[in-house]
Design a protein around this ligand. Structure first.
Ligand SMILES: Nc1ncnc2c1ncn2[C@@H]1O[C@H](COP(=O)(O)OP(=O)(O)O)[C@@H](O)[C@H]1O
Ligand SMILES: [Mg+2]
Length: 252
């Protein structure tokens, strides 16, 4: 079985900081693969490397049978890789559904969505995009906000809206950077259910998350980073019993 995402000997150095050092792992298609570790461990840097925002100092990343070295973030998205960010990226001066439609511009091959809104010949695409965006909002549990401004939504709903926008490209793999940060227990439970639903439909999930209950409940496999290096890898059960992990991360 070939891996969907494979990371080999990955290094990223910023000035004097070795943010990611000799990291190796592979993620099988259809799995939930989580990356945990203390603040500054290199988790976000790792996601930025995988999604093409950063260039590795050393090492290789493969998506399917292709090296991603020469691919931009947009080209990776076209190949089915998408992500959400640690800090919310919602346009508050737009409606909720327009935010999701932003995620669709890749699929409609139209460069900027602005074009899609303006040209009369693109009206049909706009109608299709709106319909698809509405389906995605329903899917993530934001169906009540179809006519809302983004600014009228609760924080938990906005986090799910970002997922709807990421799902717009029909991804093979979705990378989530601390999606539960700032959510209350009810919102986190809704998010967990949503991530599970996304994985069950066959989308591979790479999850960076601090909420241990969420991570332990949802992951097939876990990677623990510490100071940029791999401290441990294993199932949630293996990780929760690993003495190095307990000492370094889970608080002894
Ligand atoms: N763009 C950058 N420029 C310089 N240093 C960075 C940059 N991004 C991250 N770092 C450094 O790399 C290390 C890992 O950061 P990060 O990947 O954000 O960790 P995490 O997401 O696990 O909290 C930290 O020491 C951080 O200061
Ligand atoms: Mg981070």
């Amino acid at each position: 079985m070939t891996a969907l995402v494979e990371v080999k000997g990955l290094d990223k150095v910023f000035g004097g900081v070795h943010a990611v050092e000799d990291v190796n792992f592979s993620v099988e298609a259809g799995k939930v693969y989580s990356v945990i570790g203390p603040n500054g461990a290199g988790k976000t840097t790792l996601l930025n490397l995988i999604t093409g925002l950063y260039t590795p100092t050393k090492g290789e990343i493969r998506l399917g049978d292709e090296s991603t070295a020469r691919l931009t973030s947009n080209q990776l998205a076209e190949r089915g890789m998408c992500r959400t960010f640690q800090h919310m990226q919602v346009c508050m001066n737009m409606t909720a559904i327009e935010n999701v439609m932003l995620g669709l511009h890749l699929r409609f091959n139209s460069g900027l969505l602005a074009t899609l809104f303006r040209l009369p010949s693109m009206r049909r695409n706009e109608a299709l995009a709106r319909e698809r965006a509405a389906q995605l909002m329903d899917y993530v549990g934001c169906g009540d906000y179809l006519a809302s401004e983004a600014s009228a939504m609760s924080y938990g709903a906005l986090k799910r809206l970002e997922l709807a926008r990421a799902l717009a490209v029909d991804p093979k793999v979705i990378l989530l950077d601390e999606p539960a940060a700032g959510l209350n227990a009810t919102e986190t439970a809704a998010l967990e259910e949503l991530i599970r639903k996304i994985a069950e439909q066959g989308v591979t999930v790479i999850l960076v998350e601090h909420d241990m209950k969420l991570v332990m409940g949802i992951s097939d496999q876990l990677l623990v980073l510490n100071y940029g290096r791999v401290l441990a890898e294993g199932t949630p059960e293996q990780i929760s019993q690993n003495p190095d992990v307990i000492a370094a991360y889970l608080g002894g």
